[in-house]
Design a protein around this ligand. Structure first.
Ligand SMILES: [Zn+2]
Length: 305
C-alpha cells in the first residue's frame, strides 16, 4: 500500500497528515519564509512516517499545471516551485493543488458525487470545480476562480481590483462589513446587544439577530443571500453539477442559509422546470477538507501515472 501524505498550507497554520495503515496528522505554524516552510514540512513528514510515496500539497494561491505557485497573496510568496523543492527534500513525488480545489475534491468524494462545485465563504470566496471525478483547473491551471465571477458591472471594488466580483458581496467578510454599516446607521439594531460592540460582529451574529426579528440584520442577510444565490445560479447554469457545496464558517448555519438559497435558485435557474436540480449542501469535513483533498489529489495523480 502506498504511503500518501497531505499538506494544507494556510496563512498561519499548516496541517500535515499521512494516510498509511492508519491516519496520523499534526498542525504546525506556517513560517513566513518559503525555504523554512519547505524545511519544516519535510522534517514533519519524516518524523511522522519515514518513507513516503507521494505528497499532495494544498496552497492558498494560484497553481500552474506543473505545480508552481505563481502567487500566494496571504504569504507573499511569488514564483515558488513547491513541487520541485519539496520533492528533492523528501524524495517523493509532490503534487500541488489550490486549497479550494483540494477542499472541493474531498467534499465531492465524501458526498459520493462525481460532479460538484464548492464555494467556500471566508475572507474571500474560494471556488472548486470537480467534473467526472477530477479537479477542473483549466489547461494551464488557475481555473475555477468562482469568487471573481462578476455579478455587478459597476459594483463594489473587490480585493482583486475589479468591480462587482461575487467575493465582494458573498464572502464572510462582506457580510460582516455590511452588518457593521447597518449597525452604524441604526443604534437600535439587536446586533449591538448581541455582539457587545461593532468589532465583535461575525456571520453567526447576523443570523442570530435576524432570527430574533431584527430589521437591520434581516435586511443585511436577505441582501447577502440574494447576491450569493446569483453566484450559485451562475455556477449551476454553467456546470449543471450534481451538487453545489457551501463551505466556510457561514455554512454552519445549515438550513437557515441553504433553504432561502434553494428558493432563490429555484426561481432564477435556467430550465429548472422538470429538470434535474443540483443539491445545495453544506460542507461536512470542516477544517480538514484541504488536507484530505490534498491526499486524494496525490492519490489520483499517482494512479494516472
Ligand atoms: Zn475579484
Amino acid at each position: 500500500m502506498s504511503v500518501i501524505a497531505g499538506v494544507d498550507i494556510g496563512g498561519t497554520k499548516t496541517k500535515i497528515g499521512i494516510m498509511a495503515d492508519k491516519f496520523v496528522s499534526t498542525v504546525i505554524d506556517t513560517p513566513k519564509d518559503a525555504q523554512k516552510l519547505i524545511d519544516v514540512i519535510a522534517k514533519t513528514l519524516h518524523d511522522l512516517a519515514g518513507e513516503i510515496d507521494a505528497v499532495g500539497v494544498g496552497v492558498p494561491g494560484a497553481v500552474d499545471s506543473v505545480g508552481r505557485v505563481s502567487y500566494m497573496p496571504n504569504l507573499g510568496f511569488r514564483n515558488f516551485d513547491i513541487a520541485t523543492t519539496l520533492s528533492q527534500k523528501v524524495g517523493a513525488r509532490v503534487f500541488v493543488i489550490n486549497d479550494a480545489n483540494a477542499a472541493a475534491l474531498a467534499e465531492c468524494q465524501s458526498g459520493g458525487f462525481t460532479d460538484a462545485v464548492m464555494l467556500t465563504l471566508g475572507t474571500g470566496v474560494g471556488g472548486g470545480v470537480i467534473l467526472g471525478g477530477k479537479v477542473f483547473d483549466g489547461k494551464f491551471g488557475k481555473a475555477a476562480e468562482l469568487g471573481h465571477i462578476i455579478i455587478d458591472v459597476d459594483g463594489k471594488v473587490c480585493g482583486c481590483g475589479n468591480r462587482g466580483c461575487l467575493e465582494a458581496y458573498a464572502s464572510a467578510s462582506a457580510l460582516i462589513r455590511r452588518a457593521k454599516e447597518e449597525m452604524t446607521n441604526n443604534n437600535h439594531s439587536a446586533l449591538w446587544k448581541l455582539c457587545g460592540g461593532i468589532d465583535n460582529v461575525d456571520g453567526a451574529a447576523v443570523f442570530a439577530a435576524a432570527k430574533q426579528g431584527d430589521v437591520s440584520a434581516k435586511s443585511v442577510l436577505s441582501e447577502y443571500i440574494r447576491y450569493l444565490s446569483i453566484g450559485v445560479v451562475n455556477v449551476c447554469n454553467i456546470f449543471r453539477p450534481q451538487a453545489v457545496i457551501i463551505g466556510g464558517g457561514i455554512s454552519n448555519q445549515g438550513e437557515d442559509l441553504l433553504a432561502p438559497l434553494r428558493a432563490e435558485c429555484e426561481r432564477l435557474n435556467y430550465g429548472y422546470v422538470g429538470a434535474h436540480k443540483p443539491a445545495l449542501l453544506a460542507a461536512k469535513l470542516g477544517a480538514l477538507s484541504g488536507m484530505y483533498g490534498a491526499i486524494a489529489f496525490a492519490k489520483s495523480k499517482l494512479s494516472e501515472a
